[in-house]
Design a protein around this ligand. Structure first.
Ligand SMILES: NC(=O)c1ccc[n+]([C@@H]2O[C@H](COP(=O)([O-])OP(=O)(O)OC[C@H]3O[C@@H](n4cnc5c(N)ncnc54)[C@H](O)[C@@H]3O)[C@@H](O)[C@H]2O)c1
Ligand SMILES: O=C(O)C(=O)C[C@]1(C(=O)O)C=C[C@@H](O)C=C1
Length: 365
């Protein structure tokens, strides 16, 4: 019986647990997390078989250890693991979004002969936490592997364990990885957050302000809703790469600023044509079988207990919520409640239930 310990039962950790469980019912999945609410949720929803509070007690019993906390926590975990007596054939891997710092932290373990394979699934979401986990999150996504000198058998073992994720494996060096994801993931997250912050300031005096934003602003800035702790850890462990990429981006912005200021239509058409040609060939946002999440937006009156009544209604019907978000609620003005579900069936039942209870649905998708 193989024991897989997943440390960090958030979006990625719980999604991996679900994928492993689906394909390997014989594997015992143990989850550990600093948040006891996540552990309780994971156990109640059978995302894991067992939970432990103390990672250092569980690690020596594990055959496979998957580190799935923020990158800074992954590095601390690797240091801790270096001090523990682990099973002789233990396989350690991680899912962190940067790889050079993680591989440096793993070096002492590797020198000791412990197998560590760096990993990074190129799929995720701006939603975080155990409630957002889903078995099909990684379908058709690339999954970077940094195997270093890991034995072939260990690489095969990891790929077999994660086969149900249906990812496309790609072996890279830590340096190649950090440069690629710096440009494709870290830079866009900085730009999205900077645009939201700058817009908030620019429109501070406007009565409707950001609430007038339509699809363009919203699709460009969706990722600004991502978890700040996770992104701080990513940016501080890939800073040199992202600083250089931000400087290059600022030069590109300066060029287009010059063209706009000069009314240089020819340069602007060339600028937009190049971007359109490249973007048109990128394919759909998600290659998997399902879109990421299913939202319902509800009008909610400004009355105490309204939100509790909605969540109670859903929980009595055993409908799992991935996320709940109050978009706007001011005194004496109705607010909008965003309810996010993990699949279409749950979403549809919730819509029927809420409508029957006379809630006013503003939008669903
Ligand atoms: N979100 C994405 O899109 C995405 C995609 C690929 C990889 N990653 C990487 O995966 C990792 C996890 O990201 P996520 O999106 O699942 O984040 P998340 O916030 O959903 O989950 C992180 C989990 O780690 C736990 N945690 C935090 N500190 C801890 C500690 N000291 N000890 C134990 N547990 C701790 C949190 O309680 C949480 O449950 C990160 O390293 C991230 O860079 C994220
Ligand atoms: O889809 C999203 O919301 C994501 O941000 C996922 C995303 C990205 O594409 O940048 C975020 C971090 C990762 O390390 C990998 C994937």
């Amino acid at each position: 019986m193989t024991t897989v310990l997943i440390h960090g039962l958030g979006l990625i950790g719980s999604s991996l647990a679900l994928a492993i469980k689906g394909a390997h019912p014989d594997v015992t999945i143990v989850g550990s997390d600093v948040r006891s609410t996540s552990l309780t949720y994971a156990q109640q929803h059978q995302i894991v078989d067992e939970v432990v509070r103390d990672f250092s007690i569980a690690a020596p019993q594990a055959d496979v250890i998957i580190l799935a906390g923020p990158v800074s926590v992954i590095c601390e975990d690797l240091q801790l693991l270096g001090k523990l007596t682990l099973k002789p054939n233990v396989l350690i891997t991680d899912v962190g979004s940067t790889k050079q710092t993680v591989l440096t932290a793993a070096k002492p373990l590797q020198i000791r002969g412990v197998t560590f394979i760096g990993g990074h699934p190129m799929a995720g979401s701006h939603k975080s936490g155990v409630t957002a986990g889903r078995a099909d999150l990684f379908e058709n996504a690339f999954y970077f592997l940094v195997p270093g000198l890991a034995p072939k058998a260990a690489i095969t073992q990891l790929k077999t364990l994660l086969a149900a994720t249906k990812v496309k494996w790609l072996t890279v060096t830590p340096k190649q990885h950090d440069r690629l994801v710096g440009q494709l993931s870290h830079l866009p997250h900085v730009i999205a957050a900077a645009l939201v912050n700058q817009t908030q300031v620019a429109l501070a005096e406007s009565p409707m302000g950001l609430r007038l934003a339509a699809g363009g602003f919203k699709s460009l800035t969706r990722i600004a809703s991502s978890d700040p702790t996770m992104w701080t850890a990513i940016l501080t462990t890939n800073s040199a790469v992202v600083v250089a990429q931000l400087e290059a981006f600022q030069r590109a912005l300066a060029d287009v600023t010059t063209a706009i200021a000069a009314g240089d239509g020819e340069s602007l058409t060339a600028f937009f044509t190049a971007a359109k040609t490249t973007r048109d060939h990128l394919g759909p946002e998600r290659l998997g079988s399902l879109p990421n999440f299913y939202d319902v937006f509800l009008n909610i009156p400004d009355r105490p207990g309204t939100i509790a009544a909605v969540t109670q209604l859903l929980s009595e019907a055993k409908l799992n919520l991935v996320n709940i978000h109050i978009l706007e609620i001011r005194e004496e003005v109705d607010g909008v409640l965003q309810l996010t579900f993990g699949n279409a069936a749950t979403h549809d039942v919730a819509v029927t239930l809420l409508q029957a209870a006379n809630y006013q649905i503003v939008r669903k998708n």
